[in-house]
Every structure is written in structure tokens, then in C-alpha cells.
Design a protein. Structure first.
Length: 361
């Protein structure tokens, strides 16, 4: 490079704003329940002294779950109420539209891998809702299609009717799985890729009666998934068949041996390498860590305190070496370090946010 070029480059660097060279600030959002004193959707920023909560968006209430479009320009947030709604927001959380989920208490959502179909689980209605998404605007097209589940379980309080609790699209296939706590089942919905509509439904897996399946987590490379049962406090290894059904493997307790108190399993996640599985226990107030073998089998490694009470959801952030826990009833987001072997360090209580139930980047 010539001396003139070097001089010009130095002038350009001097003129550039300092912000251009500052590290990108780490930001998250936290959804809260109004019934638990939640102030709305709370932005969070990482600082040298830990996470800091910003001014809440009070109009975004009961955001129990949400997903982001593949281009990260559009955020879809659920409003978990009797008249369930989907709010569509831009990157600055400005509302772009609100749409009925055609059901009560929507609690989970998923986008198809190409971002063109959005699915929602309506818990109290025991149904799912699907929209086609406009690829240019990111907005849902027309009214959602509603598909009702059927079935019940032996628990008269929790399983008198179906309760859809989780939805997820199978990789590379026009297939939507839906986990239903009330029906003790995983349903497989065949989806037309062009119209975004369900064309047929079958039962992909019958869970143990009364177990109350809640969430499913896929292995990143193996044709396997892990089913978390809320009522039974168990995790079951499932082998995926080509037709969308599952074959049952081993079932393990999520709780320590000898524990006899009340508890209910809540959230589950697998790390990127497919070597560790994490899940939360509400009541026992812990995070359980399992080792995943090469064949997908599980071995319990650890139970560690969740840093609060009632860990509804956690966010596994491997790039930052931390697991953040939304403790609903104690109203705090605890921070647990991910150790080199995948185990978790002792929790720090973290920032206080009343009624926190959801975290997202």
C-alpha cells in the first residue's frame, strides 16, 4: 500500500464513529405474565456487571412465547389469553399487525424451515393454528386455519380435554408435529407446502397414560427426539420413523432419586453438538443435565438449582457460555455458566423481572 493510501485510510478511520468499532451489545427480550405482576415485554442488555432490564413495552402483554423470521426482520409474539392473539412486530418492536389464533391461551409457535408457514399451539382449546406468511412483508396471509385435536387422559384436572403445548416442523418434510398434554399424544399434521394448510392428521406417538407430554426437542444430527412429560416428570427417547411416527426408547426421571415433593417438568433443549440435554423442573426448582451418547441414549449427569422458583423456560446460549433461566414465581432471570464438560455452574440470581416466562434473542 502506498503512503498516500495509508494516509487516506488513517483519515477514514479517524472520521469513522467510535460506535462502528465498539463490540455489538448483547440484547434479549423477556416476556411476562400480567397475572404475576409482569410489566409487559422487557428489553435486556448485557453489561459488565450482568444483565440490565430496560423500560418495558407495557402494551405487549402475556408474551409467553415467540419466534423470529429467518431474515430476523420480523418477530412473532403470542398473547396468551382467552382470546388468543399473534402480534407481528418489526425489529424495533413496533406492532405491524395482530391476528387471532382462533383458540384460547396460545403457548408455543414454530416457523417452517423456509419461514413461509407459521404454526401456533392453543393450549386451552386443544388446537393448532396455521398461516401462510407473505415472503415480502412477513405478515400472515388471511385467517388462520384451525385444526382441533381430540383425546383425553386419566388426570381429571389436567387431561379432561386436549391441550396442545408444543409445535414443530420436521426438517425437510411438509410435516408438523404437535405435542398434546391432555391427549397424552404427539400428533403429526401433513401440511401442503404451497397452501400452508393441514391436509391430514395422524397420531405419531401414544405417550404413557397420565404422563402429560409437554415439549419435544430434536437431536441435531440423529433421527431422534426427546419428549418431556410435565405430569410424570420424565424424558423419553424417541426414534423417528420415515412416516413421521415415533418408536419409544428408554424413559428416565427428570428428578433425583428419592425426591417425593410436587414438581412438574417444563422446558427442554439439546446443545448444538448433540452431546448434552438440559431440562427444567418446576417445584424441585432445578435444571437437569443429561449426557447424550453416540446412539442418542441418555445418562443423568447433574441436577443444579435454578436460582429461583418455578423455572418455566430457559435459554441455552452456548456462544456466551451461559444458560439463562426464567423463574416465573420468584420473578428473576438466573444465570448459570456452562462448564467445559457441558455441566452447569452454580446459579447467580440475576436481574429481577416479575412474572417472567419467556426469553429470546
Amino acid at each position: 500500500m502506498s503512503r498516500r493510501s495509508l494516509f487516506g485510510a488513517s483519515i477514514a478511520l479517524a472520521a469513522a464513529p467510535a460506535e462502528a468499532f465498539a463490540p455489538r451489545r448483547d440484547r434479549l427480550i423477556a416476556g411476562t405474565y400480567a397475572s404475576r405482576g409482569g410489566p409487559g415485554l422487557v428489553p435486556m442488555t448485557a453489561t459488565a456487571n450482568g444483565w440490565k432490564a430496560g423500560a418495558p413495552a407495557a402494551a405487549i402483554r402475556n408474551a409467553s412465547f415467540g419466534v423470529m423470521s429467518p431474515d430476523r426482520r420480523t418477530r412473532y409474539l403470542l398473547d396468551e389469553q382467552a382470546d388468543g392473539a399473534l402480534g407481528v412486530y418489526d425489529g424495533s418492536l413496533a406492532l405491524r399487525g395482530s391476528f387471532s389464533t382462533r383458540g384460547a391461551d396460545p403457548c408455543h409457535a414454530a416457523l417452517s424451515p423456509d419461514g413461509r408457514i407459521l404454526a401456533v399451539a392453543n393450549y386451552s382449546s386443544g388446537s393448532i393454528a396455521l398461516w401462510r406468511i407473505d415472503r415480502d412483508t412477513g405478515l400472515p396471509i388471511g385467517e388462520a386455519q384451525s385444526v382441533a385435536h381430540s383425546g383425553s387422559g386419566p388426570d381429571p384436572r389436567r387431561q379432561a380435554a386436549p391441550h396442545a403445548h408444543w409445535v414443530g416442523f420436521a426438517s425437510g418434510e411438509p410435516l408438523l408435529h404437535a405435542v398434546d398434554l391432555g391427549a397424552d399424544a404427539i400428533f403429526a399434521h401433513r401440511v401442503d407446502a404451497m397452501t400452508g394448510r393441514v391436509m391430514g392428521t395422524a397420531t405419531a406417538y401414544h405417550a404413557q397414560p397420565g404422563s402429560g407430554p409437554r415439549h419435544l426437542a430434536w437431536h441435531p444430527t440423529l433421527p431422534m427426539a426427546y419428549l418431556l412429560a410435565e405430569l410424570a416428570n420424565t424424558v423419553t427417547v424417541l426414534h423417528a420413523d420415515r412416516d413421521g411416527s415415533f418408536i419409544e426408547g428408554a424413559t428416565l426421571s427428570t428428578l433425583p432419586a428419592g425426591f417425593e415433593g410436587a414438581s412438574s417438568a417444563a422446558h427442554i433443549a439439546v446443545n448444538r453438538a448433540g452431546t448434552r440435554l438440559y431440562l427444567s423442573n418446576r417445584g424441585h426448582d432445578s435444571i437437569a443435565v443429561f449426557a447424550i451418547a453416540r446412539d442418542g441414549g441418555l445418562t443423568l449427569l447433574q441436577h443444579v438449582g435454578c436460582g429461583g422458583h418455578w423455572p418455566r423456560l430457559f435459554l441455552l446460549r452456548e456462544q456466551r457460555g451461559e444458560l439463562l433461566v426464567a423463574n416465573e414465581r420468584s420473578g428473576n432471570i438466573a444465570v448459570l455458566r456452562i462448564l467445559p464438560d457441558g455441566r452447569l455452574g452454580d446459579p447467580a440470581r440475576g436481574v429481577a423481572i416479575p412474572g417472567v416466562v419467556f426469553l429470546s434473542e
